[in-house]
Design a protein around this ligand. Sequence first.
Ligand code: ATP
Ligand code: MG
Length: 334
Amino acid sequence: MLKKQILVTGDRPTGSLHLGHYVGTLENRLKLQDDFNCFFLIADLHMLTTHNDKVEELKQNIQSLVLDWLAVGLDPNRSNFYLQSLIPEISELTLLLSMICSVPRVQRIPTLKEKASMLNDQENYSVGLLSYPVLMSSDILIFNASKVPVGEDQLSHVELARELSRRFNSMYQELIVEPEPLISDFPRLIGTDGKAKMSKSLNNSIFLSDSEDEVNKKVMRMFTDPNRTSADIPGKVEGNPVFIYHDIFNDDLDELNEFKERYRKGTIGDVEVKKSLARRINTFLEPIREKRLKFSNNSEIFDIIIDGSKKAREIAKENLEKIKDAMKISFKEF
Ligand code: ATP
Ligand code: MG
């Protein structure tokens, strides 16, 4: 039997998952779950790079992240769910990789620049934040992942992992698989505010765990075409978040095309378009809600994490050993 290739990806336990996560990466994970040997990372160390004061909620956030994964259909019997901090080999590899990665190289990463500029005091710019792209390379390279399904904001991180694997292979030994990113059809879903990408931390998200009522309220408050102050003014469909979401969640193309035509002409109100959208999103979320109810037992969730982490750690240990051998810092004889 051919050995399956390895897929690694994950999320920070910083809050609930939202529609952006679903279309940006979860959907690809679900599609590839059987074809790849999947490692799904609960990135608690990454959480510390920007939220080192939020440790009290961490356990709860880990639990709710895994519950989100189970609710969408990621399956711990087919994949490994693992917690980053339970695999110290990832941190050790981060240190080793940091020796072959320059500071200016990480400083050029756009997401790092953005995160650093959002700090209200530059004194809070930690070494941990500076080196998180190296930590992410380690997350990927330690398992010899060949596929990494991520949203657009993560592309530059996978690029760094590719570079570091090539550098390692040419400096020491051809050992580490060069990973490839996998981008979805919707790699950067905009938030309900129509401004930034939908993000857990920006209060512009529709969460996979939202109730029907919450979805209705959020959709009704959504940003549309700002120039359209009444229903009889012709509106813009392109770039309008309500229509971006319709394109994803409304599979009734006749209705959608009619909405677009009438919107452009100014013969339909925002309310009608939004009500239909809220219905579609709720239909999409319904099976996820049902599944969530089945997995509310906490001890089961922790067992899944411990089990997955044990299995993942075995592989990480083995691979790190080879990497250290290649770097001539494996002094087993001492
Ligand atoms: P945080 O604000 O804490 O960074 P986040 O919402 O950006 O949270 P992450 O855990 O950083 O979520 O991202 C997890 C994965 O989801 C990444 O692959 C990321 O690219 C993807 N992702 C996050 N937001 C979106 C979005 N709006 N559209 C598409 N993909 C997204
Ligand atoms: Mg993020």
